[in-house]
Design a protein around this ligand. Structure first.
Ligand SMILES: *Cc1c(COP(=O)(O)O)cnc(C)c1O
Ligand code: SF4
Length: 384
């Protein structure tokens, strides 16, 4: 018998595999969660303290991955609130990334010159306790209805500089295929939009959502990249693998963004194991995010040095393909910047001294000539 059948006795397999059943039966209370895990007093206190702070919701599928006995289970820690979540710490913000000041219309964040982020829903199959966009996924704004999305599409049509559109939310995969097709085809019809991305945690939180019909839809608006959000190897189930491989087999590339979470995945071993598994499914680690300064997430954030130390333990020691960019999204709207271990020991006029990944001192001399203009650019890019 599969673990889920022991945890959810009496549920028919056809229901379990139905993503709508999963969403309708999300666990939304201490009482519902206590049927699956032995809730600690702290978790019960967290659920009570955050009742008016941020939504609680966990698909039965994601709940079935929880360790029923260990409160530090990475799936539990991502889905069950702790009392710290009701506390807004120093420097934490309602809008940590300064998105609202870069929202020319309600359903669109346009912060970078050539990229824009479209908000298509405020709901998710699972509400992550570290969610950075909780002011939206908390459900305190109006819904993103057809009118709001039409307005965003109109804005995009008038902005020829936008060549990359990220369809996000909330989780866009809570939408049915016809609604999603309307959004994606609407964006695809804008001639200057070169690439689309679909930012979704669906493969992690409700992998049954990803079926052949969805994969065909995503392929039909190519080039579209799915960007998903696995944080721990415990999430790497057969169902999640099938979802990711179905997308890749349909020619839809899948990238992963991990949020670095204190005591959830804050070790080189956890990140390396996760990324090795994802790569074996042809899912490429893209970003490792330092936790944003969202209200109530202080207990889940790591010191900035932790991410750098993890990268240092990966670089050289494992496949470069398994090493993501460590991103810090600057509070207030400065955008993402990246951090990496510093391998430069010193510079001199003749070159640069480095340390290698195993230590030692290595000198890289400067070339004889410093000019770097590309004369053929004028031929290949006539008129500038
Ligand atoms: C992260 C982000 C993007 C995309 O950034 P990339 O570095 O291109 O992945 C675009 N818009 C917003 C608002 C973002 O937060
Ligand atoms: S799936 Fe994404 S948007 Fe939804 S709660 Fe989790 S982090 Fe937030």
């Amino acid at each position: 018998m599969a673990t889920w059948q022991q945890r959810f006795p009496g549920v028919a397999e056809a229901d379990w595999r139905d993503w709508r059943w999963q969403q309708r039966h999300a666990l939304r209370s201490a009482e519902a969660l206590s049927r699956v895990v032995e809730l600690t007093a702290e978790e019960r206190a967290g659920i009570a303290a955050t009742a008016d702070v941020f939504r609680l919701g966990v698909t039965p599928y994601y709940a079935s991955l929880m360790d029923p006995h260990h409160p530090f289970c990475p799936v539990r820690m991502q889905a069950i609130p702790l009392p710290g979540e009701a506390v807004s710490g120093p420097g934490e913000l309602r809008d940590p990334l300064g998105e609202d000041r870069n929202r020319p219309v309600r359903a669109l964040v346009h912060k970078y010159p050539d990229r824009a982020l479209l908000l298509v829903t405020d709901t998710c199959p699972v509400y992550c306790r570290h969610c950075t966009r909780r002011r939206i996924t908390g459900g305190t704004e109006d819904a993103f209805d057809r009118g709001a999305i039409e307005e965003a599409l109109d804005y995009l049509r008038r902005r020829p500089e936008v060549r990359d559109v990220i369809v996000s939310g909330g989780d866009p995969l809570v939408l049915a295929d016809d609604r999603l097709a309307w959004v994606l085809e609407g964006v695809r019809a804008i001639p200057h939009v070169q690439i689309l991305r679909l930012a979704t945690r669906g493969p992690v939180t409700c992998p049954m959502r990803v079926d052949a019909a969805l994969a065909r839809l995503l392929r039909s608006v190519k080039p579209l990249f799915v960007v998903t959000h696995f944080n721990h190897a415990k999430e790497c189930t057969g169902e999640a693998q099938a979802a990711c491989e179905l997308l890749v087999d349909h020619g839809v590339p899948v990238e992963n963004q991990t949020v670095l979470l204190r005591r959830v995945n804050s070790s080189a071993r956890a990140i390396a194991d996760l990324n090795h598994r994802l790569l074996s499914w042809r899912v490429r680690p893209y970003y490792l995010h330092q936790g944003d300064l969202a209200q109530g997430t202080g207990h889940l954030r790591t010191p900035l040095s932790a991410g750098v130390a993890i990268l240092e333990q990966l670089r050289g020691h494992t496949s470069g393909l398994a090493i993501p960019h460590l991103a810090v999204d600057l509070p207030g709207g400065g955008g993402k910047v990246t951090l990496q271990p510093d391998y430069v020991l010193s510079r001199d006029p003749g070159g640069t001294w480095f340390r290698g990944f195993r230590g030692g001192r290595y000198h890289v001399p400067e070339p004889p000539e410093a000019g770097i203009d590309c004369p053929y650019d004028e031929v290949f890019y006539p008129g500038g």
